[in-house]
Design a protein around this ligand. Structure first.
Ligand code: DPP
Ligand code: ZN
Length: 865
């Protein structure tokens, strides 16, 4: 396969200033006429101009009104080569494409009765011949023609300029986008859609029409999306001084989408999962997801669209920055501490393992063969952490100055990560040269902290040591600058002064090893390091159990308070795994749990976080070889002991927190805590166990919201309660008309940690509601299965073999999703020898698949070189 290198970037020899598209939409055969204005920008004449084009059937080709002769162009696998083109010219092409047959969901496709597009990263070349690269910005005019009956709604980017009727019941609409944009931001939609409208007045007093397009029966489920959009618009004005720039902002929801959502200029296309919610069908987490994804795509209007990317190696320039912005938005809307815990949990669950395995790559990658494989946790989540560190290092006001300069310099341009860092430096006269290493170096640094109190000198000495493990292609690592936010606590639980007037400091660790001494400390202190998780590193903490237990009760940094309990739990779990025993509840952990259970002052959402055990995946990450079954049993038994030892407290919470459904943050936190109590009680051994199961069944049957219903449903299915079969049927019957709810039904079954799950999943794949063409459904089953440690990683290798077979099947339809779902197999080196062998065989089987996609081929090749 062709490998594209970052170092090979060349400015395009031509620019396209204008693109006029005309599409006659038919599911089987759509005709696309395109008129492109080319202008040479190279100093010397170009002998060959390569236009991108994929799966296009060329019908006609004209240059400046004249049909091109055979010696003037050449068709290739990758597109069309114009030979000796003039300095400036108009190219007119007509091609035929097949939207209904396009199961890749890239380019123009027809699904669920609608025509939709997805052009990021390289989908536009599946619509017409063009320079499909982000540094090529053109003004678009788009005319859509379709039958009025099937497609009453015709949408594209920008403003609708004219509409009209045609013969045979067809109609048309013409859209113009005044903002030049790269082809990856092009979008069009045609279908039978209902619309919800609202208005937004910008800070400068302009009215913007907000529209959400959904199926008629979903119009009642758009309130959260619309409300989140308006809050996001206000937030970007308040925090960054950025207003929306068109008169109309459209969102379209679809069930058939590879990603979460797409920020096409003025016309976002969303996976319905991040638009539709009603209390009966969506959980609190779903509501939260909508808020953050709506905000994310909206924020892209400035960080991504107005300022766009020079090339795809810069992807984190828009994604890392925009994730940082959406995380901060959510933190401002909800509880900042709980938000941070969730963000770090995601980073550790997805990005840390990626960074430690064969798919590790820098936030700014150096090479790719299929760019779709680089929409990764590293580019997104680690990228966001890097922006967060810049924010931490500069300070809030200075960061804003840097952003202002970035927009001022680069509005309307396609730029690089380097340009972003330079703006941050120049706006603040700061030197971030060392910081650039974070973008070029892969791997998660290990930060080892040791500290000691010197009673004679009344001082505390802290030494930090950093080391980044080798990653593929990068055997030797340099130290990176690590901002370590820290405080010292005295034994009364107060933060002490650190030299000057500060009770918290940011230590900037730039060398491999550095020490700091804090004086004037009459009594011993306990350090709270990396507060708020101030850098994406693995901290090896100097704390013993007593100190952790102390911080679990006293640290006023929510993240570190949570982390202290997590560390205690991890330690207990690793001890149980090591001697294959039942996890005991060590004194320090019991103490921390008791104190948290007993403290009704703690915000319930935060209390639920404090009381949740680390996931099996996270525990596995802390081990040299992941002991699949032992981890599962240790975690179960620790849940059981915590449940059993505190039965009255959990029962008390379960009953006290019962309330009629409301949507405010406090009610959400209370539901979370109550359902956590239920999960402890169901997992534990106690006299009232039967009664709790009854409660769970009642909760399932009578809940007035999906959060509670699903929590009970999941517990009953996981624990295979004797009437689980009936409950599964009942759930399906109730919700079969709601695809997003049925996704949950599929996912929960695929994730049940039970020996019969593999057989169950085989049945699910032939269930009438299963559809290989709908990524949400496929991800529910296959993604749920791959996230099921004891079943996917079954010792006999059956999970891997089964999974690889399904990926083969999926790859023929949807390579992007297949490649994404293949990544769990890349972790093979983390398991014992028999599993390594079985995963290796699964990967070899995939590698030998006929017609293997470039997407999947790259993931396999890098996973198993
Ligand atoms: N650019 C999209 C997003 O992350 C993904 N294609 O918002
Ligand atoms: Zn994004």
């Amino acid at each position: 396969a062709v490998v594209i290198q970052r170092g090979d970037y060349k400015v395009p020899g031509y620019q396209v200033s204008e693109i006029a598209l005309d599409l006659r939409l038919d599911p089987e055969n759509t005709e696309v006429s395109a008129r492109l204005h080319f202008q040479c920008t190279a100093p010397a004449p170009v002998s060959e101009l390569h236009l991108d084009g994929e799966s296009l059937e060329l019908l006609s080709l004209q240059r400046d009104g004249r049909t091109l002769a055979e010696h003037e162009y050449r068709l290739t696998d990758a597109g069309l080569v114009l030979l000796n083109p003039p300095e400036s010219f108009v190219l007119e092409s007509r091609v035929r494409i097949h939207p209904a047959a396009n199961s890749t969901l890239s380019g123009l496709y027809h699904a669920g009765g609608q025509f939709l597009t997805q052009c990021e990263a390289e989908g536009f070349r599946r619509i017409t011949y063009t320079l499909d690269r982000p540094d090529c910005l053109a003004r678009f005019t788009v005319t859509l023609h379709a039958p009025q009956k099937n497609c009453p709604v015709l949408l594209a980017n920008g403003n609708c300029m004219a509409t009209g009727d045609e013969e045979d019941g067809w109609h048309w609409a013409r859209w113009e986008d005044p903002y030049p944009k790269p082809a990856y931001l092009f979008a069009m939609v045609a279908g039978d859609l209902a619309v919800i409208r609202d208005q937004y007045r910008t800070a400068s007093g302009r009215d913007v029409m907000l529209e959400i397009y959904v199926a008629e029966r979903d119009t009642g489920a758009c309130a959260q999306a619309m409300d989140s959009l308006k809050r996001a618009m206000r937030w970007d004005e308040t925090v960054y001084g950025r207003e929306y720039d068109l008169d109309r902002y459209m969102i379209v929801a679809t069930d058939s989408f590879n990603m979460g959502a797409m920020e096409n200029k003025g016309l976002n296309i969303f996976n319905a999962k991040y638009v539709l919610a009603s209390p009966e069908t969506a959980t609190d987490n779903d509501y939260q997801g909508i808020e953050s994804v709506i905000a994310h795509e909206y924020f892209h209007n400035w960080t991504g669209n107005r300022v766009t990317l020079r090339d795809w190696f810069q992807l984190s320039l828009k994604e890392g920055l925009t994730v940082f912005r959406d995380q901060e938005f959510s933190a401002d809307q909800n509880s900042r501490g709980v938000q941070r815990i969730g963000d770090v949990r995601r980073l550790r669950a997805a990005q840390f393992p990626e960074d430690a395995g064969p798919l590790a790559h820098p936030v700014r990658p150096d090479a790719y063969s299929e760019i779709n494989n680089f929409y990764t946790a590293t580019v997104y989540e680690k990228g966001a952490e890097l922006v967060r560190m810049i924010h931490t290092l500069l300070g809030k006001a200075q960061f804003r100055q840097g952003m202002d300069l970035y927009f001022q310099r680069h509005d309307g341009h396609a730029v690089t990560i380097e340009d972003f860092i330079a703006a941050m430096e120049d706006a603040n006269q700061r030197d971030l040269s060392g910081f650039r290493r974070w973008y070029s170096q892969a791997g998660t640094p290990i930060l080892r902290a040791t500290g000691s109190y010197d009673p004679a000198r009344h001082s505390y000495n802290l030494t930090l040591h950093q080391e980044t493990p080798a990653t593929p292609g990068q055997p030797v690592k340099e130290p990176v600058p690590i901002p370590v936010r820290m405080a010292l606590f005295n034994t009364q639980g107060q933060r002490v002064l650190l030299g000057g007037a500060d009770r918290e400091r940011i230590l900037l660790m730039e060398q491999t090893e550095q020490s700091w001494t804090f004086d004037n400390l009459p009594d011993p202190v306990i350090p709270s390091l990396l507060r708020g998780f101030s850098a994406p590193v693995r901290l090896e903490s100097p704390l013993d159990d007593d100190a952790r237990s102390f911080l679990a009760g006293h640290d006023d940094d929510p993240f570190n308070r949570w982390e202290s309990i997590q560390d205690l739990a991890v330690k207990a779990l690793l001890a149980a795994v090591a001697d294959a025993s039942v996890a005991s509840l060590p004194g320090a952990l019991r103490h921390a749990v008791a104190a948290t259970l007993g403290d009704a002052q703690i915000d319930p959402a935060f209390r639920a976080e404090l009381l949740s055990l680390p996931s099996e995946e996270y525990i596995g990450e802390q081990m040299p070889v992941i002991a699949v079954e032992a981890i599962h049993h240790a975690r179960d038994s620790l849940m059981c002991s915590i449940g059993t030892q505190f039965v009255p407290e959990w029962v008390g919470l379960y009953h006290d927190l019962a309330a009629a459904y409301q949507r405010d943050a406090l009610s959400i936190g209370r539901r979370r805590l109550r359902n956590l109590a239920l999960s402890y009680l169901i997992t534990s051994d106690h006299d009232g166990h039967e009664e709790m199961t009854l409660h769970a069944r009642q909760q399932y049957a009578q809940a007035d919201n999906m959060t509670d219903r699903l929590a009970a449903f999941q517990l009953l299915v996981q624990h295979r309660h004797h009437d689980a079969e009936d409950i599964l049927l009942d759930f399906y019957r109730k919700w079969h008309a709601y695809p997003l709810v049925i996704d949950k039904w599929f996912a929960i079954q695929a994730a049940a940690p039970r020996p019969e799950t593999l057989r169950q999943v085989e049945h699910l794949l032939v269930h009438p509601a299963f559809d290989w063409r709908v990524p949400n459904r496929v991800r529910a089953v296959l993604g749920g299965f791959a996230a099921n440690p004891t079943v996917f990683h079954a010792a006999d290798g059956s999970g891997y073999a089964f999974y690889a077979e399904q990926l083969c099947r999926l790859d023929d339809l949807n390579p992007q999703t297949a490649a994404r779902l293949a990544t769990p197999l890349s972790r093979w080196q983390r398991y014992d020898a028999p599993r390594q062998q079985a995963m290796g065989e699964a990967l070899k089987m995939l590698a030998g698949k006929p017609k293997l996609s470039r997407d999947l081929a790259e993931v396999i090749q890098r996973s198993y070189p």
